[in-house]
Design a protein around this ligand. Structure first.
Ligand code: GUN
Ligand code: ZN
Length: 428
């Protein structure tokens, strides 16, 4: 009658943040989860759930961890085909690799091809929601939304806006950025599981007029998220200082133009002043940690311990293709490694929370996704915790779930992803 499904395994449920309490105390483990009409209906022992739903189909994932699907809070799907490009720091990397590739998205067929390829790759890695930049071509956002919609995904994206310091073929104007973004909001925002994100690329590629126009658009559409980059590399910060000499600091550029708010997503946010961190935490804006990117492009070390102590809202992200992996497992591993370099050994519960509930909070989607609890959408990843010989021989020694999970976080890849569920539907 209901098309109920029960999954068995080790079902991971967070009742709070593992940064607030003893990390493992924020988590609860259950034997099974009952899915009804695409949502989590109940958690508990298998016999309790079968009594509740006697006709449910049962799928057994014994020995596996059933986690919320991973949530990548910052990615550039158009950079899929230039991931892992050698040898450059941010500004040369943008000019040498990124902008030429993004120019190809003037062709709608290419945009559609890469959108599909990107979603194939991320789903294979257990990522069920992404907040993605598109290119400056409105069609590139159309392609992404259409592909995500066809797969039933909760997804967020926006047309990238830039009207200076980029090739002419990628530049819009203050007016067209506003008009094209507004048209995309009308077409896609709130349709099915899709969200529009107002997307000024970063301060150096927008004129003050364009930033003003997008600030006004955000004020007119306060349910939209806004995403941009903040203080990723020191050369970039110097450039911003020269372009906006009257601003107190990088964050102040955004604030002056109406682009600082609780629904703001600030990618990287590594090299921050005390004034900036105080404003960010006061505002409740989200800092998006992109650890593989920060090492790959040589940006710097995000100080997680300090940012957590300041009470910042923090999401975790690949930053594909500045980041060097599509995998949120690899991203958690890099976050752990950078934590070690900054004096904070992140607990496995904290790492997986950041990749699920933490990113969901950053994207203001915590009422829909990111935890396994009754009423939440059933976007799930089933992780085989012994997916390779190297991981399996390490896994046999585990004495609790965290010891069982950590080798997969550090060494796992898409082979650890046994199954993915989107709104309760198994993908393969
Ligand atoms: N800053 C402005 N644009 C980009 C981008 O595409 N990637 C990264 N990593 N940083 C940026
Ligand atoms: Zn980025």
């Amino acid at each position: 009658m209901h098309d109920d499904t029960i999954l068995t395994g080790t079902v991971l449920s967070f009742t709070g943040s593992p940064f607030d309490d003893a990390p493992d105390r924020a988590a609860q483990l259950h034997e099974a989860v009952l899915i009804r009409a695409g949502r989590i209906h109940a958690l508990g022992p298998l016999d309790t759930l079968t009594a509740q739903a006697p006709e449910a189909a049962i799928t057994r994932h014994e020995g596996c961890l059933i986690s919320p699907g991973f949530i990548d809070a910052h990615a550039h799907y158009p950079q899929t085909a230039i991931i892992a490009s050698w040898g450059k720091r941010l500004i040369d990397w943008l000019n040498g690799y990124t902008f030429p590739e993004e120019m190809r998205f003037g062709d709608p067929a290419y945009a559609a091809l890469i959108a599909e390829r990107y979603l194939d790759l991320t789903l294979a890695n257990g990522t069920t929601t992404t907040a993605s930049y598109c290119t400056s071509h409105p069609q590139s956002a159309e392609s992404f939304f259409a592909a995500a919609q066809a797969r039933g995904l909760r997804a967020a994206a926006g047309k990238t806006c830039m009207d200076r310091n980029a090739p002419a073929a990628l530049c819009d104007t203050a007016r067209s950025a506003y008009d094209d973004s507004a048209a995309l909001i009308a077409r896609w925002h709130g349709v099915d599981r899709l969200h529009y994100v107002i997307t000024p690329r970063f301060a150096p590629t927008s004129t003050p007029e364009q930033l003003d126009a997008l600030g006004a658009l955000w004020a007119e559409n306060p349910t939209c998220l806004m995403q941009t980059h903040l203080s990723e590399q020191t050369e970039e910060i110097e450039w911003v200082r020269r372009l906006f000499p009257q601003s107190r600091d990088y964050l102040d550029v955004y604030e002056t133009h109406g682009l600082l708010g609780e629904r703001g997503l600030y990618g990287h946010a590594i090299h921050l002043t005390e004034r900036e961190t105080a404003r960010l935490s006061e505002t409740g804006a989200a800092l998006i940690h992109c650890p593989t990117s920060n090492t790959f492009i040589g940006s710097g070390l995000f100080d997680m311990g300090r940012r957590v102590a300041e009470g910042q809202r923090i999401g975790l992200a690949t930053d594909t293709g500045g980041g060097s992996s599509f995998s949120m497992l690899r991203t958690m591993a890099a976050a752990y490694e950078i934590g070690q370099l900054t004096g904070t050994a992140l607990h496995p519960a904290q790492l997986i929370w950041l990749a699920t509930a933490g990113s969901a909070r950053a994207l203001h989607m915590q009422d829909h996704i990111g935890t396994i609890a009754p009423g939440m959408e059933a976007d799930l990843v089933v992780l085989d915790l012994a997916s390779t010989p190297a991981i399996a021989q390490r896994h046999v020694r585990a004495e609790d779930i965290w010891q069982a999970l950590f080798p997969t976080i550090m060494m796992g890849d898409d082979r650890a992803v046994k199954q993915v569920y989107v709104a309760g539907r198994a993908l393969s």
